[in-house]
Design a protein around this ligand. Structure first.
Ligand code: SPD
Length: 427
């Protein structure tokens, strides 16, 4: 009896693996490609995807078939398929991955696939098929398809990234990474959330700084809470009237990562007007002298992990106290389309502290944040009204002199126009 098979399939259970590796899409992709190559396979393509907050799925297509993986980091588990044809010994890949994933318990079942005695062979014109196949030959380098996803339970934004990881450190507060997206260039991520990318950072950093400073008109003493990538202080320090900027960032790893890998954003850490403190911004504001700042900018991350306290009533009450009369607070306000609850609660907090009509919302567009629609929220400790600012010429000459790419005098006013659904959310 003929028991020749077309393929060999090893179904692997890797258990008790390192959970951090199981959640690291870049490392898993590299290990899977290496596992294929070590067994002598020719890699054609790899497609890997990270799911937030955890899990990785991916496949390496090889000339000899494929290697696939699905991980459950929370269980330290990976389900791996090693499907091969021809002479390739997939057990070499198995041994390699077992070590890479630090699996302390594993099992495997080997199956023959496509028993030739059960199949009927069709006759093709082999010559013309070979010619056709030659036209489809893979480029010299295999192609990579690795995705980073920022999402909640219902909605996501995915960016394809090159697979290169420039920085990856678990700080006492969060996982700090610099990855490289194919469309938006290098990017900073904190705990799987996109913070900023080289190609669209100016949307955020120009809009967190200039409208508030122009509205104030004479901001000399500015406090920045968070902002570790340096983009906000870069923009603030463009204003000549600013005499001092105190920046309080809780995580020194963010500053280090961005200085090393995003120098275009982290461009102003050497400015003599800057007083940089690596410290807890929440405690700093609590202990700040009353009425000391003209403008307070809260450039924090989302309301999970170290930034959670940046969304509390106590924190904004302390900011209010630390602002001079006529001072302006501006804070990263989340998205009315992605996390409506945090967005609306923050506005209610600001209305409660600064007054119902003193908590305007500015909307702007960030392509790399989920839904793209994002906000800054204000607290006005005085009668200044950002929409009533009549400084068109002054703003335009600043914009031209500084080569700004998002902010201008029309955007200044227009960003405070809110759609009806947003008005209803914060009623
Ligand atoms: N979901 C993204 C919220 C971004 C908050 N801060 C970004 C830091 C840019 N300086």
């Amino acid at each position: 009896m003929n028991n020749v098979a077309l393929g060999n399939h090893i179904l692997v259970e890797f258990m008790k693996c390192d959970p951090h590796i199981m959640n690291d899409v870049a490392t898993i992709e590299r290990n899977m490609v290496e596992a294929a190559e070590k067994a002598g396979a020719t890699v054609i393509n790899s497609t890997f995807h990270h799911f937030s907050p955890y899990g990785v799925s991916g496949v390496v297509v090889i000339q000899e078939s494929h290697l696939a993986i699905h991980t459950w980091p929370e269980y330290g588990y990976a389900a791996v398929d090693l499907f091969t044809c021809g002479e390739m010994d997939a057990w070499i890949s198995f041994d390699y991955l077992k070590d890479c994933f630090k699996s302390n318990s594993y099992s495997a079942i080997e199956m023959k696939r496509g028993s030739v005695n059960l199949l009927t062979r069709n006759d093709f014109d082999v010559r013309s098929m070979r010619e056709q196949a030659a036209g489809w030959r893979n480029p010299e380098f295999y192609t990579r398809n690795v995705w980073f996803t920022d999402k909640d339970e219902d909605q996501a934004l995915s960016l394809r990234f090159t697979g290169e990881v420039f920085y990856d450190v678990q700080s006492p507060f969060q996982r700090v990474r610099i990855l490289e997206s194919t469309k938006y260039g290098k990017m900073l991520t904190l705990d799987d959330m996109v913070m900023t990318t080289i190609n669209d950072e100016f949307h955020y950093h120009e809009m967190i700084s200039h409208p508030a400073i122009f509205t104030h008109g004479n901001a000399k003493n500015i406090l920045v809470i968070g902002g570790g990538d340096g983009g906000t202080i870069r923009e603030v320090l463009r204003h000549k009237e600013v005499e001092k900027v105190t920046m309080v960032e809780i995580d020194g790893e963010v500053i280090k990562a961005c200085k090393e890998h995003l120098p275009q954003i982290a461009a102003s850490f050497d400015n003599p007007k800057l007083d940089l403190k690596v410290d807890d911004g929440i405690a700093f504001v609590k202990n700040a002298a009353p009425k000391s700042y003209d403008v307070i900018i809260v450039d924090g991350s989302d309301p999970v992990g170290p930034a959670e306290g940046l969304f509390s009533v106590a924190f904004y009450q302390n900011c209010y106290n630390a602002l001079k009369d006529g001072g302006i607070l501006i804070t990263q306000g989340e998205s009315p389309k992605f996390n409506q609850k945090a967005f609306a609660e923050l506005n209610h907090t600001l209305q409660g502290i600064f007054g119902k009509d003193n908590a305007p919302i500015s909307l702007f567009y960030v392509p790399t944040y989920p839904t793209g629609m994002w906000s800054f929220q204000y607290g006005l400790k005085g009668s200044e009204n950002p929409v009533a600012v009549e400084k068109e010429e002054e703003i335009e000459s600043f914009v031209n002199a500084q080569g700004l790419r998002y902010y201008n005098s029309a955007i200044h006013k227009a960003s405070f126009a809110t759609p009806n659904f947003v008005k209803n959310l914060v009623k």
